[in-house]
Write a protein that binds this ligand. Structure first.
Ligand SMILES: *Cc1c(COP(=O)(O)O)cnc(C)c1O
Length: 375
């Protein structure tokens, strides 16, 4: 190993360190003989409902399926149009299309959330639901989104895949409408693969449980056409000890974000994340903008950091609709979304995960400053 490697160990963009009781919990599941639909799943659901400030939580196999089932549970009817963010992961769009619905996009504001002004102008006669995405762990403006939804009689499904424990004016995301969380390997709480749907309405929660389990109420009592979207108890056993420590996990992400803010605030050409004072940002990602008119390009900065063993991420390199599969899809409406297209050129996510040490953050800040000033 060279001295450069010793001094500059790799700083990954995400790092999974599970709480120490996870192996024992998994062992208990394995020896219990109940690997699915057991105690652990029930316990995780109770914790997840509290996490989202909702009455009910339904654990499912992943966060894409959780979005799809949330839309299906609402029985919005075929051909209905869902308005969603133009700057999100493909899972958001795939869930809407796989639920048989149509997609129209809403541009983002300067905090990467759904732009409420643009939202209102996108509503048309076929609009049935609004699907905001709390990207990077930042809550969208749910006051305005919910009031627009109410005025137009539209359902709200929140894509909170990246926003476990995030708040808007003290209210947890996932409790404004139906909430959808992902427990994928890199998310703030993980079970490897997994998802959670949250709901306040008992009937909707019941329909979600039916949809998850082949539409079955009692043994071979089929009430609706469902699917298999169940979570295993091993998955739940992995997630529970993180869910009980979510405040700790979030605190660590927030203090890392504060250190990055302090170090980068005065660095030319770098725009730190703007956080709404009424929001609790849980920093799934710490995403800066490298302005397109800067001395240093976003891609140059990312390559320079990679050479110094600092991983970064570009979430996402294109606007959500900017792929041939969606551009040519009969149920996707394509319109230019300048905010999303600019974000795709400018965003760079820096490591912010709880395992970072202050010296790692110093290295990140120093490397960025040096690259930007050309020293
Ligand atoms: C991760 C993610 C999803 C999909 O979740 P999976 O568990 O990977 O299926 C959906 N939307 C957003 C914004 C995500 O980040």
């Amino acid at each position: 190993m060279t001295s450069a490697h010793r001094e500059n160990p790799m700083i990954p963009i995400s790092s999974v360190v599970l709480p120490p009781e996870v192996p024992d919990r998994i062992a208990r599941v394995l020896s219990s003989g109940q690997l699915a639909q057991g105690q652990e799943v029930a316990e995780l659901e109770a914790l997840a409902a509290t996490m989202a400030g909702s009455q009910h939580a339904v654990a499912v196999s992943n966060g894409t399926v959780s979005l799809q089932l949330a839309l299906q549970a609402l029985q919005l009817g075929p051909g209905g149009e869902v308005l969603t963010s133009s700057f999100t992961f493909a899972g958001t769009i795939n869930a809407i299309l796989n639920a048989g619905l149509r997609v129209r996009f809403v541009d983002i504001d300067d905090r990467f959330g759904m732009d409420a002004d643009h939202l209102e102008s996108q509503i048309g006669p076929d609009t049935v639901a609004i699907l905001p995405v709390h990207l990077y762990g930042a809550a969208c403006d749910m006051t305005r989104i919910c009031s627009i939804a109410e005025r137009h009689g539209l359902a709200v499904v929140e894509d909170a895949a990246q926003a476990h424990g995030a708040e808007w004016h003290g209210q947890r995301v996932g409790s404004f409408g139906l909430g959808s969380f992902s427990l994928y390997a890199t998310k703030n709480v993980t079970s490897g693969e997994g998802g959670i749907v949250t709901a306040d309405d008992a009937q909707l929660a019941n329909r979600l449980r039916l949809l998850r389990n082949q539409g079955m109420s009692g043994r071979y009592q089929f009430e609706t056409v469902g699917t298999n979207a169940r979570m295993t108890d091993v998955q739940a056993a992995i997630a529970i000890p993180q869910m009980t420590r979510l405040d700790e996990i979030t605190d660590a992400r927030q203090s890392n974000a504060a250190l990055l803010d302090d170090g980068l605030r005065d660095v030319a050409d770098i725009e730190c994340p703007r956080v709404n004072p009424n929001a609790r940002h849980v920093f799934h990602q710490y995403t800066v903008r490298v302005r397109a008119d800067s001395q240093v390009t976003r891609d140059h900065l990312s390559e320079s950091l990679a050479r110094q063993n600092i991983a970064t991420g570009i979430y996402y390199p294109r606007a959500a609709y900017d792929y041939e599969i969606y551009r040519s899809h009969p149920r996707v409406t394509i319109e230019a979304q300048p905010g999303a297209e600019r974000a795709a050129r400018e965003v760079l996510s820096l490591p912010v995960h709880p395992q970072l040490q202050p010296r790692d953050i110093e290295r990140i800040v120093d490397a960025i400053s040096a690259t930007v000033t050309g020293t």
